[in-house]
Design a protein around this ligand. Structure first.
Ligand SMILES: [Zn+2]
Ligand SMILES: [Zn+2]
Length: 350
């Protein structure tokens, strides 16, 4: 089979021929239709400090996929040959305290698809049957490949109640954009997105944000000004920090109402300074978000997509390009362009 391969610990990837993996009795074999390119994959391709620490090479990277089940291990239940699936890329141990309590997203021995085990930049992959998510309704292959990052967005957006609340979203990359669409769908009053790219801010308004705010200069002041413009008087009730930028969380803390709640998915590359005095005296909640809840997030995103044509159209519009696998280098270059949406690779075109 064709696969994008990281032969050893170092920069670069090669398109090469690899053996089709053989599923164990707990696993399914999936013929991959589409694979999304994630920031994680760009780190793995470049082989930065994070990759050197976290990634096991040799490896097939890739974790955002849709595909069709072509073989099912003897012990797998509720998955059948021919099912259209997406996959939860965190393969958990099943025996640690959190796994046993049903909090599998908090497993202390998680192995990541395309990070510590062979992943989805290939024509076939294997995954435990318990990790696949079967689409029981029609889902386009490109949208199926979005379920992993959409799950990040939904996990963040549904961390706190949103009905009637004013929501600030810092960072309008693909996951921030999806979180805006979900917040709008889930009943927020005002939704405001911030970014440093005018193109992304335009996309934020297309997702249902009331306003996109350029925070290239003074982010905290720009967000304060937008509150006035919208007629807000007390600050944001809920914040989603989606950028990891060192200035984003401080600007958000500055603009929250007392008792405000912050869900934080953006991963800062190092420690950042926050006005903790304000967190205390304003009684703010800050919650870290990682991956997706298994499988409550999957249930929620499937149901929301199935019942809202508006949400479906907005989420689908996040895919900005779909390249055949042979053009993977162009696809990776497009994905590295900060102004774009989500770039997807098609494994079915030869
Ligand atoms: Zn990803
Ligand atoms: Zn575990």
């Amino acid at each position: 089979m064709r696969a994008l391969w990281k032969p050893d610990a170092g920069p670069g990837l090669i398109m090469t021929d690899r053996p089709v993996p053989v599923p164990t009795e707990d696993e399914v074999l999936v013929r991959v239709l589409r694979t999304g390119i994630c920031g994680t994959d760009l780190h793995i391709e470049r082989w930065d400090d994070w990759a050197a620490e976290a990634v096991t090479a040799p490896l097939v990277p890739g974790h955002e996929f849709s595909g069709e089940v072509v073989e099912v291990g003897a012990a797998v239940r509720d998955v059948a040959v021919g099912d259209l699936v997406s996959g939860e890329g965190h393969v958990v141990c099943g025996t640690c305290r959190n796994c046993r309590a049903g909090r599998r997203q908090m497993c202390i021995r998680t192995k990541g698809l395309g990070v510590q085990r062979d992943g989805a930049f290939a024509e076939y992959l294997t995954l435990p049957g318990t990790n696949v998510w079967v689409h029981h309704g029609p889902v386009e292959p490109e949208v199926g490949a979005l379920f992993d990052p959409l799950g990040n967005a939904v996990h963040t957006a549904l961390a706190f109640p949103l009905v009637g609340e004013d929501v600030l979203v810092t960072g309008c990359g693909p996951i921030g954009l999806m979180a805006i669409a979900v917040a709008r769908h889930a009943g927020a009053r005002f939704v405001v997105g911030t970014d440093v790219s005018p193109e992304r801010l335009r996309m934020a308004e297309g997702m249902g944000a009331d306003l996109g705010v350029d925070v290239r200069d003074d982010g905290a002041a720009a967000v304060r000004a937008v509150q006035e413009r919208l007629g807000m008087r007390e600050g944001f009730d809920v914040g989603f920090e989606m950028s990891g930028a060192p200035t984003a969380l401080p600007a958000m803390v500055e603009n929250m109402n007392h008792g405000g709640r912050i869900a934080m998915l953006g991963l800062p590359s190092g420690p950042i300074a926050v006005d903790w005095g304000k967190v205390v005296t304003h009684m703010l909640t800050v919650k870290g978000i990682y991956g997706r809840e298994m499988f409550e997030t999957w249930q929620a995103m499937s149901s929301m997509l199935a019942t809202s044509a508006v949400l479906r159209a907005r989420i689908g519009s996040i895919v900005s390009a779909c390249h055949p696998a042979r053009d993977w280098e162009a696809a990776f270059a497009a994905a590295a362009d900060a102004d774009g949406g989500k770039v997807v690779i098609d494994w079915t075109e030869t």
